[in-house]
Design a protein around this ligand. Structure first.
Ligand SMILES: *[C@@H]1O[C@H](CO)[C@@H](O)[C@H](O)[C@H]1NC(C)=O
Ligand SMILES: *[C@@H]1O[C@H](CO)[C@@H](O)[C@H](O)[C@H]1NC(C)=O
Length: 424
């Protein structure tokens, strides 16, 4: 009898302690915004500070496949990538990291964690070791977009790039990945919380609730805009126009390879720069296929993002038409062929595996809270010398790559350790 009571007590203690500890960590993680908002003097950054290796010069003077109206072009190296949430952007970051290393570019990285204190709006002072007048080439970590501050950080001719995803799929993914960080979801009953939420979203949703933006028009929010507007508000159209004017290329997850080919064309990059393996993919069994009815509801609930997506889907295909559908199909086929070739060179077994089957910790991807649903890769053991470095980089998860590039991630890592200890 007393044994049982004791067991109960220790269980309760464990529960309370665990809850407290994780709440503290969530708070620390989500609220660790710098409180000092000193105003920085404004020094313009008029031109690119890229270290231009002779290779670029060489490329300009010899024949290259990149000819815009018969003129050779130099690859654009100043890039602002707005990393939206749950949009295959980890895969794209890997591409950017490798491009940056190849051209010895300077990244504007955050400090102490892997984002710019999201969801607070971006400020230059959040950039690691930032001083006015400093020059950067690439910024690509998660941020809530804040155009004036970004403009003060990067050269004037910076190319702005971003990526969108079908809002129903994005909502499902966000619900799965961030749902537990949004307190109002804790009181949604039943096993299928997503379906229950979509049955009557207004009943559960609290626009003022902590982290609520993860579950409504998350794309629009990431652009620094108001995710709680009425879908018919003129400010939605204004927001779309603002994005159109600011971003040179809006890619789409659903047409990732086509997007990369347009990127190559826009930035005068090479096919070699586009090679990728799909990183941070979810295990098939944990991806819930939305029924047509749930999809309909998810789109209705995320009506602003749906407008946004439809608009940029249209402009995307106009651009593909201008590029040439046939030419696009050929280039996509070539990219796929090259990627398949790389997979057989680099990846043990040729495909992604469950977290439990990844041998090297350096290859372990970051997992969502409460599960291990993100897959990763094992690097082949006998990769030839010529490919070793490239394979490693192509397979490296974002957190590890950031560390390798010199970003200090103590908050992110501490959070990871705590989760490991309490097995969450
Ligand atoms: C350069 O391009 C021209 C015409 O496109 C071609 O005839 C020539 O062989 C090329 N030269 C080199 C070095 O590839
Ligand atoms: C995107 O545009 C393509 C081509 O016009 C069309 O086939 C597709 O249905 C559109 N997708 C969405 C989700 O609107």
């Amino acid at each position: 009898m007393t044994g049982k009571v004791r067991q109960w007590r220790s269980m309760c203690k464990g529960l309370v302690l665990g809850t407290l500890l994780t709440s503290c960590m969530i708070l620390l993680y989500c609220l660790s915004t710098p409180q000092i908002h000193f105003s920085l003097p404004e020094l313009p950054v008029p031109y690119s500070c890229a270290h231009r290796p002779s290779q670029l010069h060489h490329k300009l003077t010899t024949n290259s496949s990149h000819q815009t109206h018969g003129q050779p072009c130099a690859p654009k190296v100043d890039v602002m990538f707005l990393k939206t949430h749950k949009t295959a952007s980890s895969t794209f970051l890997n591409i950017l990291f490798r491009f940056g290393e190849k051209h010895q570019l300077k990244f504007a990285f955050p400090d102490s964690r892997n984002d710019f204190f999201y969801p607070s709006p971006f400020e230059r002072s959040q950039v690691k070791e930032y001083k006015p007048g400093m020059c950067f080439n690439i910024i690509c970590n998660h941020m809530r977009f804040n155009a004036p501050e970004v403009a003060k950080l990067l050269p004037m001719d910076t190319s702005y790039i971003t990526i969108l995803r079908d809002p129903a799929e994005l909502f499902e993914s966000s619900f799965h990945y961030f749902g537990r960080l949004v307190p109002f979801t804790w009181r949604i009953p039943g096993d299928d919380k997503l379906a229950e939420f979509l049955r009557d979203p207004l009943h559960y949703f609290d626009p003022e609730g902590f982290n609520s933006f993860y579950l409504k028009n998350l794309l629009f929010f990431d652009f620094g805009l108001d995710n709680n507007l009425e879908p018919n508000s003129p400010r939605v159209e204004e927001g779309i126009k603002f994005i159109t004017d600011r971003f040179q290329l809006v890619m789409l997850v659903e047409y990732f390879e086509e997007s990369l080919i347009l990127l190559k064309d826009t930035l005068c990059w090479e096919m070699d720069d586009l090679l990728f393996f799909k990183l941070n993919a979810r295990k098939g069994s944990t991806v819930s296929e939305l029924t047509p009815e749930l999809r309909e509801r998810a789109l209705e609930w995320n009506a602003i993002d749906w407008k946004l997506y439809q608009h940029f889907n249209q402009t995307f295909w106009k651009r593909v038409d201008a590029y040439g559908r046939r030419r696009m199909a050929e280039e996509v086929a070539e990219l796929r062929r090259r990627n398949t070739e790389m997979a057989s060179v680099c990846i043990e077994g040729g495909h992604a595996v469950d977290a439990g089957s990844i041998q090297e910790t350096a290859m372990q991807p970051w997992q969502p809270i409460g599960e291990k649903s993100i897959m990763g890769y094992n690097l082949k053991k006998n990769v030839d010398k010529a490919h070793q470095k490239l394979c490693r980089k192509m397979l490296m998860p974002e957190i590890q790559y950031l560390t390798e590039l010199g970003v200090n991630l103590w908050i992110t890592k501490l959070w990871g350790y705590v989760r490991n200890i309490i097995n969450w």
